[in-house]
Design a protein around this ligand. Structure first.
Ligand code: PSV
Ligand code: MN
Length: 486
């Protein structure tokens, strides 16, 4: 039996980040169905995001997407968010919507397009400085449609060069999150198609570069929790873009298509004590009997490479990655994305020194750049969704609740019993222990938690009864409703 007080405390500490773009109009390439009351600017998006936080209590962060959320004064946007009880989270760069990017952005064969893309990425770091955001989120639509269209390997070098330049611009307490996606808009090659590619680049860059797992960005049938487990072990899981998919990158509400997958993902996170920085070990799946048999260290701090065990061994895949090793031994091949590539070349030592400094500095950074860490420490649990036919604010509330349900179930896994069954090779019992947690109805527990937090037990109902939807529908008349491109 789990300690429910500890479970509830973990649930209160676990924060979810909302995408500003989910509040704007969206659709498919066939049709965008406008909705009444949709925000006309980033300030109104923040107002709507604040509603989601108001009724869930665990979503105090809104990610922005530039230029969709371009404003004259980012500090003012940040202050507006704060006045509404939330803060600005990840700054998402957008190097996929301009004509110059037809053949790619940072991987484009044309240096002019690459230069323009890089300037935008650097501008996004300036914006982070103004908003106090911790994370720069990078997703590249770059790729090719036809075999022979461009040199696959040369494009990787161009990518590494741009990433290194952006990496060098990151300040204390800032991170770069690299997101991969199997295909779309490119259909033959994508320049960051998978977690392996993203991980290689991030390892070459250093401790401030981490991978983002968007749950809609894999081939059908891929075991996402396995990827999550490996990224956690390598200290390189920077965040999630949660959403659901039935077929491709559907961007539906997280937990709608496959709540069991979401639970399995969160089970890995909970087990690694990575739900939030400082997640106590007694509420991880390493508690009880398990604590005696496995390393109970926290997986990694937000900016640190994974720690090694006191005996020098490690239960984690550490920074002695193949690329780092080969660079150290002088064995790196020019032109590859090891720490010998481009600015990274200048930077193996620097990146490592940087990593060490970041490590030494984590505490200091925490103390001195509190605003720069506004995203909160550790993994960013972001949503990346589009609500094409359902009302947006309640859909975001529902999504947050779905994540919470998965987390609650993951926290209920009887870690001791699971470990025991695993070590005994009791396949059926181990599976039964996991399924017991998954099959628990956690809705009463979450309702109780909300009441303890002074919230209504049913956030969607409370929002619908509040009259906010009617208010914005009547007030937000005129202007241009936000949508992609605005
Ligand atoms: C790309 O499909 C993606 O997942 C990236 O995160 C973009 O920033 C986002 O979607 C845009 O909605
Ligand atoms: Mn995404």
């Amino acid at each position: 039996m789990r300690d429910l007080t500890a479970v509830k405390s973990a649930l209160k500490n676990h924060q979810i980040e909302l995408p500003s773009w989910a509040f704007g109009n969206s659709g498919t390439r066939f049709k965008v169905f406008g909705q009444p009351g949709v925000p006309r600017n980033p300030y109104e998006k923040a107002d709507d995001a604040a509603q989601v936080h108001k009724y869930t209590g665990v979503a105090p962060i809104m990610a922005v997407h530039i230029p969709w959320d371009k404003v004259d004064d980012y500090a003012a946007l940040s202050a507006h968010a704060r006045d509404n009880g939330i803060r600005i989270g990840a700054v998402n760069a957008n190097v996929f919507q301009d004509d110059d990017y037809k053949l790619g952005s940072v991987c484009n064969p044309d240096p002019k397009s690459r230069k323009k893309a890089l300037a935008h990425l650097l501008e996004c770091v300036d914006i982070m400085d103004a908003t106090g955001s911790r994370d720069l989120k990078l997703w590249f639509a770059d790729g090719t449609n036809y075999p022979g269209q461009d040199d696959i390997s040369a494009r990787q070098d161009r990518l590494a060069e741009a990433l290194a330049a952006v990496y060098a611009r990151l300040g204390d307490g800032q991170r770069m999150l690299l997101e991969y996606k199997l295909f779309e808009p490119s259909f033959y090659t994508t320049d960051v198609p998978d977690w392996g590619t993203a991980l290689l680049h991030c390892q070459a860059l250093g401790g401030k570069a981490q991978v983002v797992v968007d749950t809609g960005h894999h081939a059908p049938g891929v075991n996402i929790e396995f990827i999550v487990a490996l990224l956690l072990k390598s200290g390189k899981l920077g965040g999630f873009d949660f959403n659901s998919r039935f077929y491709a990158d559907d961007d539906l509400m997280v937990g709608a298509a496959d709540p069991f997958q979401l639970f399995r993902i969160m089970h890995e996170v909970v087990k690694a004590a990575a739900l939030y920085e400082g997640q106590p070990l007694e509420i991880t799946a390493r508690s009880g009997a398990a604590a005696n048999s496995v390393d109970t260290k926290q997986p990694y701090g937000a900016f640190n490479d994974p720690p090694s065990s006191p005996d020098g061994s490690s239960t984690q895949i550490t920074a002695t990655s193949a690329s780092a090793r080969s660079a150290e031994e002088g064995g790196a091949r020019p032109g590859w994305i090891t720490a010998t590539g481009a600015a990274a070349r200048a930077d193996t030592a620097a990146a490592r020194a940087d990593t060490a400094a970041a490590r030494a500095d984590t505490a200091a950074a925490r103390a001195t750049s509190a605003p720069a860490r506004a995203g909160g420490p550790g993994i960013a649990f972001m949503l990346d969704q589009c609500h094409n036919i359902e009302p947006k604010i309640p859909a975001q509330i529902r999504s947050v609740m779905n994540v919470q349900e998965a987390v609650a179930k993951a926290l209920l896994v009887d870690a001791g019993a699971l470990r025991e069954a695993q070590l005994a090779g009791d396949v059926l019992e181990a599976n039964a222990v996991l399924m017991d947690a998954y099959n628990t109805d956690v809705r009463p527990l979450l309702a109780e938690l909300r009441e303890e937090m002074g919230l209504a037990p049913d956030p969607v109902r409370a929002y619908l009864a509040s009259g906010y939807a009617e208010k914005i529908a009547s007030e937000r008349i005129g202007g241009t409703a936000a949508g992609w491109g605005a």
